[in-house]
Design a protein around this ligand. Structure first.
Ligand SMILES: C[S@@+](CC[C@H](N)C(=O)[O-])C[C@H]1O[C@@H](n2cnc3c(N)ncnc32)[C@H](O)[C@@H]1O
Length: 201
């Protein structure tokens, strides 16, 4: 495997998301649990409708915060990780409607598809919130997405919030934390104005 400038054999592959791994392996590798603090802070920034779907819930790091706050949360994931319902492919054509809001940290590789899918299946005026790298702002394909469906607000986290591979927050902290900066991207279906940029944390 190609080595990057630091001699690390993993990081180029991870950054580009390019590999010969099977989809199943890829999905397993795409499990990064989100620091629940990210969800707590989101709830200070935005209100949501009573019904929230965490459609890539992992072990429920986000879902549990929404439940505790009194929301009715549907939690599903392609892979059962001991929480919610497994075996649910959010991108499947069988999923056509959700009467509520959608909040997740999606698999990064399919983030654009998750956003488009979520916007397609919720009623006008409902919201989706996606926890994504700030880097998600760039890219020609994403530019098209942002122009046709501008987020209502992007909240940039001023301090680092961790997404830990396989939920190993302890290993991540021991390894010096994270170099990745994140933001909450919030869409309201039908919004066609100028995206507001705000900071939190
Ligand atoms: C970055 S992790 C985030 C987990 C959780 N949302 C969190 O924030 O802790 C992405 C999750 O998406 C799931 N996933 C990948 N492809 C999926 C699909 N097509 N439908 C539903 N879940 C999927 C993975 O299994 C993984 O658990």
């Amino acid at each position: 495997m190609t080595k990057d400038w630091t001699g690390n054999s993993n990081s180029i592959y991870k950054t580009l998301g390019a590999s010969n791994h099977t989809d199943k392996e890829r999905q397993n590798e795409d499990y990064y649990a989100t620091d629940p603090k990210a969800a707590e802070l989101l709830l200070e920034l935005e209100t949501f409708s009573q019904n929230i779907w965490e459609c890539a819930c992992g072990e429920g790091h986000l879902s549990k915060v929404f439940e505790k706050a009194g929301y009715t949360v549907k939690s599903t994931d392609l892979i059962y990780r001991g929480f919610g319902e497994g075996g649910v492919d959010f991108l499947s054509d069988d999923i056509t409607f959700w009467n509520g809001d959608i909040i997740t940290n999606p698999p990064y590789k399919y983030a654009k598809q998750f956003i488009e899918k979520a916007l397609n299946i919720i009623p006008e005026g409902n919201k989706i919130a996606m926890f994504l790298k700030i880097q998600f702002l760039e890219g020609k394909e994403r530019k098209k997405l942002f122009l046709s469906n501008p987020p209502k607000t992007i909240y940039v986290s001023s301090s680092r919030l961790l997404c830990a591979k396989n939920a190993r927050f302890d290993e991540m902290i021991a390894g010096g934390g994270s170099a990745v900066a994140y933001a909450w991207y919030v869409w309201q279906k039908g919004f066609n104005g100028t995206t507001e940029l705000k900071w939190f944390n």
